[in-house]
Design a protein around this ligand. Sequence first.
Ligand code: NCD
Length: 310
Amino acid sequence: MKHLLSIGDLDRAGIERICDRAAAFESVGGQDIKKVPALRGRTVLNLFYESSTRTRSSFELAAKRLSADVVNFVASGSSVEKGESLKDTVLTLSAHRPDVIVIRCPWAGGPELLPRWTDAAIINAGDGKHEHPTQALLDVYTLRRRLGNLDGVKIWIVGDVLHSRVARSGIVAFQQMGASVTLAGPPTLMPREAESLGVEVRTTLDGLREADVVYALRMQHERMDDAFVPSLREYASVYQVNARRLGARQLLMHPGPVNRGVELSGDVVDSPQSLILEQVAAGVVVRMAVLYEVLAASRSGDPITEPQPA
Ligand code: NCD
């Protein structure tokens, strides 16, 4: 795999290979010196045109734990504010000869343009409403750790599906791994193509107890230019996942950041059923595995040091 632009770049075997490698990297975080030399001398450029807490910090940590050199580029405070285009920014930064560019941007399809302008391997860290493949991988990884495998597991994705790149990549990855996916939320927040994705679509949370896993999504105000729900209070009264609606044996996930009191009540966020912090922790090892995968492919014949035992 030269690039990771879309979760569709990976088949089931590819997803499993990345999850297995991520598991092998778990021991690195437990060492006193949290580093292996796998990517020593390689340069990873993080190019972020949108805000990010989890994704950016975990890509940075992942690259550093593999001993790569990391350059972080955030659009504010850069020449982008002076009108430099994506193409010119990438051409300019490519003069530093990065081996990997990790890009998050508000433009669907933006990451696919980069291979025209640079030889670096490209990893999509979220492009508009389109895709977020590394989030899908870390979600699969988190569930495999908890459940062993996803075959036959029932996953309900609840909330603002329309604006969610997390859902778009997650649906594909969960289905690849054998899970069945149900989407639930207000009709105004369901993508028109939902029925063609091989999922079930519900407009209420009746039946939520059938789910093994409830995956809640953030209400994405920043991507809404119209009123999609009458008010957040009314939304919460019908669609909030809370202790009344969530059964005791159900697992709860959310990509973060959570709007407490909107899509989730505070008590379920903090409950033992919540995998939210495990998802964040998984982000580091899964992104280590993805960086390793794209760099191993771009330099085939040049074996990279395997992770060392602690
Ligand atoms: C998500 C994103 O930015 O796509 N967050 C993340 O990467 N963990 C989801 C969101 O913003 O709601």
